[in-house]
Design a binder for this molecule. Structure first.
Ligand code: PHE
Length: 370
């Protein structure tokens, strides 16, 4: 027993000296392994305990525990001392240059092209005094169709392939109790008039709409921006001026607009509005890059406007008297105009995107270009 106690005493003494003069963390770690490691000095002593008579073991064990505690405390002290020394050295050294540019660890995200187009369009109308309105995407048949002068059997319903959600079974004699995914943002015209109650009404409504279509230029969910302006004395000239100003702001200063007669049940008269092609500048032709080509081969057909020089971008017209009435406005006193555009299409024409499905595939190679 005396033998083992002597060894423990020697171990403690050796540890005090060695740890006290350890120069760095690496040296400390080596010492920890040497004294306390599985194959270290303390373990060797403890292995010798097996040969002791049972009644002597507790005494040796007690001393061994004390020695281990002491060595651990010495190691912790030494670590604290080394850390403090390191910190002092850093503080005494040259200061950190806080003027250096930061390192970018994560790429910054950005808006989806549809979000961006929606915000750009909204911002232009905000400058013209329009406020943003909204309505539900799950809509009553009445707001989506009936109130907009599209009765149940009207063939104009075929223009918009509709997702019906549910048919009301109230049997309360209401004309049609269907619930559907709104096929356009026009129901917000009615909701906005009812909410505001008094003129002037000047709202735009960006939002999601749904139709049962799917191909290169149609997606079952897409986005529209609706516009509505109602007041005393609003004329078609106001509509033209507003949309011409919008087209110049969105597609560029030189953009021209053209109105063609068209039919939507909720406006009268109604028009389809074209803008001069933003890709070819309205000429229908694009220059062929490179070399001196003979005049007939120096340009090629513009695929975006199909060589017409014009792009169809929105539907518009003077609000139908029945629609004003359904919104709670006296059509003899007030008049107004409305318009609606597809956001996907607006962004496609501005950025030269040729397949609408790209918007919804979430392919970063596409999204990161915006
Ligand atoms: N709601 C029509 C559509 O989705 C567009 C439109 C809006 C036309 C307002 C005229 C006036 O096609």
């Amino acid at each position: 027993m005396a033998d083992l106690l002597g060894q423990l005493e020697a171990l403690a003494k050796g540890a005090r000296e060695a740890i006290g003069s350890a120069a760095d963390e690496k040296a400390l770690e080596d010492l920890r392994v040497r004294f306390l490691g599985k194959k270290g000095e303390l373990s060797a002593v403890l292995r010798g305990m097996g040969a002791l008579p049972a009644e002597e073991r507790p005494r040796v064990g007690e001393v061994a525990n004390r020695v281990r505690d002491e060595v651990e405390a010495l190691l912790a002290d030494a670590k604290g001392r080394l850390d403090a020394r390191k910190l002092e050295a850093e503080l005494a050294g040259p200061p950190i240059d806080v003027t250096l540019p930061g390192r970018r660890l994560l790429p910054r995200g950005h808006r989806h092209p549809i979000t961006r187009a929606t915000e750009d369009i909204s911002a232009i109308f905000a400058r013209l005094g329009y406020e943003v309105a909204s309505g539900p995407e799950i809509e009553l048949d009445w707001f989506n169709f009936e109130a907009l002068n599209i009765p149940p059997d009207h063939p104009a319903r075929d223009m918009q392939d509709t997702f019906y959600v549910e048919v009301s079974t109230l049997g309360d004699g209401a004309p049609d109790g269907s619930v559907l995914l709104r096929t356009h943002t026009s129901p917000v015209q009615i909701r906005a008039m009812q909410r505001l109650g008094v003129p002037p009404v000047r709202i735009i409504c960006p939002g999601r709409v749904y139709r049962s279509d799917y191909d290169q230029t149609h997606s079952p969910m897409f986005h529209q921006v609706e516009g509505l302006c109602v007041d005393e004395g609003i004329t078609f000239a106001d509509l033209k001026g507003t949309l011409a100003a919008f087209a110049r702001a969105y597609f560029g200063e030189g953009t021209r607009t053209r109105f063609r007669p068209s039919y939507f049940p909720f406006v009268e008269p109604g028009a389809e509005v074209d803008v001069s092609c933003s890709i070819c500048g309205g000429t229908g032709r694009l220059p062929v890059p490179g070399g001196q080509l003979p005049p007939d081969r120096a340009t090629r057909r513009c695929g975006t406007c199909k060589e017409t020089g014009w792009l169809e971008v929105l539907g518009a017209g003077m609000v139908h008297p029945k629609v004003l009435e359904n919104g709670g406005f006296d059509p003899k006193r007030y008049s107004g105009f409305a318009f609606g555009m597809g956001v996907e299409r607006m962004a496609m024409l501005r950025y030269g995107i040729d397949d609408l499905r790209l918007y919804f595939e979430n392919d970063l190679r596409f999204l990161e270009q915006f």
